[in-house]
Design a binder for this molecule. Structure first.
Ligand code: KG4
Ligand code: ZN
Length: 337
């Protein structure tokens, strides 16, 4: 069976092919031009997806040594994400499925991230704890199977990646914030400043907006006209990053202490953060659990994870009409986790 998948929820256009269970193409085109605006501009994102999706499909097919006629199932991200951006991939995929008269499978983007560990050689073992950290979501999930996910906790305000991006902006580090903060933190000393880690009534929930405000207050109080010396900027980045990592590690440890968990998986764009990868790897080792952290190409947005998730849904017998519309009301209604 050859499964084709398309991802276009934000600023990455991606097309992947899984052939008889093996990933044979995962092409990702990142929209670097958003750097000029300090963040993703939704309208420009949609236009760029429209321009690149067809050439990317052609390249993915040629890399897979397949033609469109060989494709049996088509998947596409249906949300959550930027609506205009999603519509490009979704409509393209539906049109293809219709013209080829093959099944179409809409995929929840977060569920794509959740199961992205299965793209690795060593796969997560059910039930596993998924630590989902992306630009839009921060979730602790107990994943029992390919059909059952139990939500343990989530952020009550900003997502972890969003906090990275906003703090990077405050520090004048630019966009995207995550990698820039990580780089600055490598040259900083996290002991020089301490930022608070919120501890909420629900032990599995997160809050990053207070941390973000603490950084802002500290910068306003300590530096005139926002002129921050390099060493101070690096220290703030290190301390901020450490606070985020402590919050994530603390809640993940609470989950390990309270639930039957076989393995861990750290997924989503922020899973690219090396000190976070190290912290959760250490946590897993302390609890004698296996941890699966996807390779970098599967951490950020990519079609491989969408294709895998769609394939599993299809294999479990799920079928969708081509008239399926994920946005009849407000898009948040369709985030099922
Ligand atoms: O999963 P993703 O690619 O897109 C969403 O679904 O949101 O995640 C993007 C987020 C951005 O906020 C970006 O700053 C963050 O992942 N990120 C990182 C790193 N690389 C990307 N955050 C911390 N450290 C990194 N190295
Ligand atoms: Zn994502």
């Amino acid at each position: 069976m050859n499964v084709l998948g398309i991802e276009s929820s934000c600023d990455e256009t991606s097309v992947a092919v899984i052939s008889d269970g093996k990933l044979v193409a995962n092409l990702i085109s990142s929209q670097d031009f958003h750097v000029n605006y300090g963040g993703v501009v939704p309208e420009l994102s949609s236009r760029a997806h429209l321009q690149i999706v067809l050439p990317l499909l052609k390249d993915a097919l040629s890399e897979s040594k397949l033609t469109l006629k060989d494709i049996n199932v088509i998947c596409a991200t249906a949300g959550p994400g930027l609506i205009g951006a999603l519509l490009v991939g979704l409509t393209f995929a539906k049109g293809l499925a219709y013209s080829l008269q093959i099944p179409f499978v809409p995929v929840n983007h977060i569920e794509g991230h959740v199961y992205s560990g299965f793209l690795m050689k060593d796969k997560p073992e059910f039930p596993f704890l998924a630590v989902v950290v992306s630009g839009g979501h921060t979730l602790l999930l107990l994943v029992n199977s390919f059909t059952e996910i139990q939500k343990l906790g989530s952020t009550v305000d900003d997502a972890a990646g969003e906090a990275f991006d906003k703090v990077a902006k405050m520090l004048g580090l630019g966009y995207p914030g995550g990698p820039k903060i990580q780089k600055a933190a490598e040259h900083g000393n996290k002991e020089k400043v301490t930022f608070p880690v919120a501890d909420l009534a629900d032990p599995f929930n997160f809050s990053f907006s207070g941390l973000k405000t603490s950084v802002l207050r500290y910068v306003q109080k300590s530096f005139k006209d926002n002129i921050i010396p390099d060493n101070e900027r690096n220290n703030i980045a290190a301390s901020f990053q450490d606070a985020v990592i402590r919050a994530i590690t603390r809640n993940a440890e609470r989950a390990l202490n309270n639930f039957e968990i076989k393995s861990l998986s750290l997924v989503g764009g922020v899973a690219a953060n090396q000190p976070l990868r190290d912290a959760l790897t250490n946590l897993a080792a302390r609890y004698n659990k296996r941890i699966v952290i996807p390779d970098m190409q599967f951490c950020g947005d990519n079609a491989a994870m969408i294709t895998f998730r769609g394939m599993k849904l299809f294999e479990s017998g799920k079928r969708f009409e081509l008239t399926y519309n994920p946005f009849p009301g407000i898009p948040e209604n369709h985030f099922s986790i």
